[in-house]
Design a protein around this ligand. Structure first.
Ligand code: ADP
Length: 628
């Protein structure tokens, strides 16, 4: 209720009503006052006229100074009344120049009533300028009368004073009627204007109420209302303009808020899915935000721990108040991984620090890659230095002329030759790996029966096995294995595996090979099994790494470089296949080369795959010399 009458609509109605009442009241008083004034004025004129007639007639009738002035006056007045004027109820008094009553037409009069303002003025020689209205008591009855007094002169001196008095009750009655009419008219005007004011105020208040409703809705978070079209009247007054401006502002606000919210969502998505860990601390070192990557790197505790607990070696205040733009970098060695942490303070617009952001990056892989690269360079240097040192020492011995027997010289030269071959093989394999890494190897794909290829290889390398009294046999009844591949490259892989089987198996060992097809999986495989020394379980994965050898001396003496299986693995992957190993230490090993089977329709044409084309598989590019 209070709210209703306190509303702008009712305030406007009230204001309008008060204004109308004031205007009507003031103008009513003015009109009533004016009418009264006019009525008194006309009564004054009438009395003045009557007094003029009496004094003129008296002047004519008073012919001798012997005559009694009062008597003449009585006659004159009587004759005037007989003539029938408008002097009904008019009291006439004749006073001497000092204001003493000489004659009264209406009987006795209270002398106190004669001492009125008009009479005093006339005694002083002044005619009444307006009707003097006052109360008199006649026969115990009070009534309101109007007086007019005029001094009549003769011979330069006041001869007598004429006082006329008439009741103004008729004027009062008229005024009363007028007042009633004006009051009634005012009440009607107030009622009509209040009604008008109500409708006018309602019209003004409606858009304001709509605005209020919309702002209330917006304040409760319903921003959708901002995009709704306003139901205005379409008029173009200031309030409608205000409403339309407000709606425009609200729509803009809504648009900006939704932009901010979408930006926030984007940032949150980035924050939650970024690979780097991110922890945000406030100025007291409490966690404000922490993303899943940070939890994974630092453990779940980081989300609840204070800065000092999560990073005990760091000094929070130093980092927090470091100059703007400073990023402190630290390496953290955690249980099984290395993390690079970057600390940067963030501040408000005035540059005051508000907290610390910690970016965490798992650099374990990077470090391993760097380590591998370092090892690779060390391995290459070492592998090259060994044969060079051997060659150099043999050449120096020969040059010194200490080798006299031809037999010794030939054996020296054989050593030099063998070491040179090893260096050539090493450099060849390094170049091959570098070409693979740089995607410079072109595979000449053609449909090849790998069972055929395997039996060819066995025939070719059996002789080497036989030199060590080993057997190298292919199982009977192997199925044909048609595969899309680069025949020479697969032959190179097979050669390496067969040679390893020979090299890492003792005299008398048996090497067996066969092929198989798994139509269900769409795969075919070549298998090479030896009864050699086998490979320790923990080293089985590592033998495919570059330069990884279980027994370096043995590998070297057999001309191995430690790169053969690494190249074989890369080659198999380039053919979309893989290489697998089963080995029991001390009993022997079986290598499996697994290929996807050739699809019939694609086997018709010879296809060349250009691995230099980066579009084929950009992910697999990596710098030369880096192992996987
Ligand atoms: P290498 O040139 O030394 O033979 P590879 O890359 O071909 O290099 O092989 C890596 C290592 O794997 C070898 O040094 C050897 O220790 C081990 N290895 C490979 N094949 C066999 C096998 N058939 N039996 C036992 N060990 C093997």
């Amino acid at each position: 209720m209070k709210k209703t009458f306190g509303s702008i609509k009712w305030k406007l109605v009230l204001l309008y009503a008060v204004l109308v009442v004031c205007v009507i009241f003031i103008s009513g008083i003015y009109i009533i006052g004016n009418i009264q004034q006019n009525l008194y004025q006309s009564r004054y004129q009438e009395m003045k006229y009557t007094a003029g007639r009496i004094s003129d007639t008296l002047e004519l009738a008073y012919t001798s100074n012997e005559q009694d002035l009062a008597e003449v006056f009585a006659e004159v007045v009587t004759s005037l009344l007989n003539e029938g004027g408008n002097e009904e109820g008019l009291l006439m008094y004749l006073l001497d120049p000092s204001g003493e009553l000489l004659y009264s037409r209406s009987g006795e009069i209270n002398p106190a009533d004669l001492a009125s303002r008009t009479v005093l003025g006339a005694v002083a020689g002044e005619e009444s300028r307006e009707l003097y209205v006052h109360q008199v008591t006649e026969n115990g009855v009070e009534r309101t009368v109007g007086d007019y007094a005029v001094p009549v002169e003769r011979g330069g001196e006041t001869w007598y004073i004429l006082l006329l008095r008439q009741s103004v009750s008729d004027i009062e009655a008229t005024m009363q009627n007028n007042t009633v009419i004006i009051v009634m008219a005012s009440l009607l005007a107030i009622a009509v204007s209040a009604l008008l004011a109500y409708f006018l105020a309602a019209g003004i208040a409606r858009p304001i109420q709509r605005l209020t409703h919309r702002t209330q809705q917006m304040a409760t978070g319903n921003l959708e209302i901002a995009s709704e079209e306003p139901s205005g009247t379409g008029s173009s007054d200031e309030i409608e303009e205000l409403e339309s401006n407000f709606n425009h502002m609200a729509q803009e606000l809504n648009r900006i808020l939704s932009e901010i919210s979408s930006e926030k969502n984007k940032l949150e998505t980035v924050f939650h899915h970024m690979a780097d860990g991110l922890v945000v601390y406030d100025v007291d070192g409490f966690v404000v935000q922490c993303n899943p990557a940070a939890l994974e790197l630092m453990g779940r505790g980081v989300a609840t721990e204070r800065f000092g607990e999560a990073f005990p070696t760091e000094h929070f205040a130093t980092l927090l108040y470091s100059p703007e733009g400073t990023i402190a970098e630290r390496m953290l060695e955690l249980d099984d991984h290395s993390v690079r942490a970057e600390f940067a303070a963030y501040g408000n617009e005035d540059g005051a620090s508000e907290g610390l952001i910690v970016v965490l990056q798992d650099v374990t892989e990077q470090r391993r890659a760097e380590q591998m690269q370092r090892e690779f360079v060390a391995n290459v240097s070492h592998e090259l230095r060994t044969p060079i040192t051997t060659v150099k020492s043999y050449v120096e011995t020969i040059l010194e002329g200490n080798v006299r027997e031809e037999e010794t010289l030939v054996s020296f030269l054989n050593v030099i030759n063998k070491e040179s071959d090893r260096m050539t093989a090493l450099i060849g394999e390094l170049l091959e790996l570098s070409r693979i890494d740089n995607r410079q190897v072109r595979l000449k794909m053609e449909e090849t029966d790998l069972t055929d290829l395997l039996s060819d290889c066995v025939r070719r390398y059996r002789i080497l096995a036989q030199k060590k009294n080993q057997t190298m046999e292919m199982e009977a009844g192997c199925p044909p294995l048609p595969v899309e591949c680069d025949r020479s490259r697969i032959e190179q892989v097979l050669r390496n595996i067969l040679m390893n089987a020979v090299n890492y198996s003792p005299e008398g060992a048996a090497i067996t090979v066969w092929s198989s097809v798994d139509h269900e999986k769409g795969e075919g495989a070549l298998h090479v099994k030896d009864t050699g020394m086998g490979i320790p379980y923990k080293e089985q994965k590592r033998i495919f790494e570059r330069f990884y050898r279980i027994d370096k001396a043995r590998s070297r003496s057999s001309g191995g470089t430690g790169l053969g299986l690494a190249i074989a693995k890369e080659m198999m992957e380039m053919h979309h296949g893989r290489i697998e190993l089963n080995s029991v230490p001390g009993k022997g090993s079986t290598f499996h080369l697994i290929f996807p089977l050739a699809k019939k329709e694609e086997t018709d044409e010879e296809e060349e795959i250009d691995l230099m084309d980066p579009d084929l598989d950009p992910q697999s590019w990596r710098p030369a010399g880096l192992g996987r």
